[in-house]
Design a protein around this ligand. Sequence first.
Ligand code: ZN
Length: 409
Amino acid sequence: MKKLFFLLVLFSTSCQWSAAQIFSASDIKKHVDLLASDAFEGRGTATLGEIKAANYLADLFKSAGLKAAGTNGTYFQPFQVTIGIDGFPHQMIARNVIGFLDNGAEKTIVVGGHYDHLGKGYQSGSLSPDSKNLIHNGADDNASGTTGVIELAKYFAGNSVKEKHNFLFIGFSGEELGLLGSKYYTESPTIPLKSISAMINMDMIGRYNPDKGLIISGWGTSAAWGEIIPDLAKKQNMKYTIDSSGVGASDHTSFYLKDIPVLQFFTGTHSDYHKTSDDSDKINAEGEANILKLIAGVLEKLDNEKQDPGFLPAGNPHAGATTSNFKVTLGVMPDYSFSGKGLKIDAVSKARPAEIAGIQAGDVITKLAGKTINTIYDYMDVLGDHEKGEQVEAEFLRGTETKVVKVIF
Ligand SMILES: [Zn+2]
């Protein structure tokens, strides 16, 4: 009797625990560890490692009970990509992985994230020196977001609630080569684009730091986000910064450009970004579990709204002005979660103009080439005005101290 009582107590406390924590850090860790293991060879677009990852995703969609929503009754949507390897174009076939939770509803919410990464460094994009033939595991970018797609699919397919919307779960390929998979999907959708209420994207959600918080983009693409998210985040005691734009460096952009409200979740850049050191031991699985709980909450609220979230053009005056279009850069990684004035530096690249000039991580650039820098867009404007070899003055704050250095682009 005593023993039975003890068992009952144990049982009831463990139930309470699982209700509070709907996503399991150990499941998250399991998926990220596997997808970012050397066996998947960095999931380079259209490589064997990526096909392995696609099969893993499709198997999990199937066992969760999702319908195949790719091409020809499969979970895969193949598309052709041209990949430049050592200056030669190679025609290859990449594939999006798509599963459908069919609730018989008129409208559908898309939940996505890219599952490709930089492979073995042949397809461009690596920031590691001598990166060729080295596996870029891409644990944060984006085994973490792929895991988010898997876990949210399992959650919504397994919650014994028939939602008022259908859910379409997509693992995109070709993101690192320029959002190719999501562009292809929005040009050749497997459900009518008009039936999509909103698109939720996860790209790099594995490095949650409670001091920095979460970065949520697409805030301005629907009035619904400002109504739904603040309360949910408060309940979870989660700090966040927002970016209004629907145009950014991930797959939500493709949907935004089709007038669909979007959200993109991101835990910020770091010094392992696009390097061979983006490994799974650095993933904060507990933190990711909390982020997924927040996203599930957003999806549930969205599902229960009487009206569609409604699209708003979140005008981005700098659309298309991504840093890759510039002839010069400082070689710094901005801290996107910084909400003060200036450009806060999260990391500096070795032997690039900022490092050579003595700028360090933590510094906040307030003036560049005579122009006041309030936001990253001011910084991008300055870059657009300069050529390689030009010398300019940079003013920055280190702690409370103001410093001025000369920078040669
Ligand atoms: Zn990414």
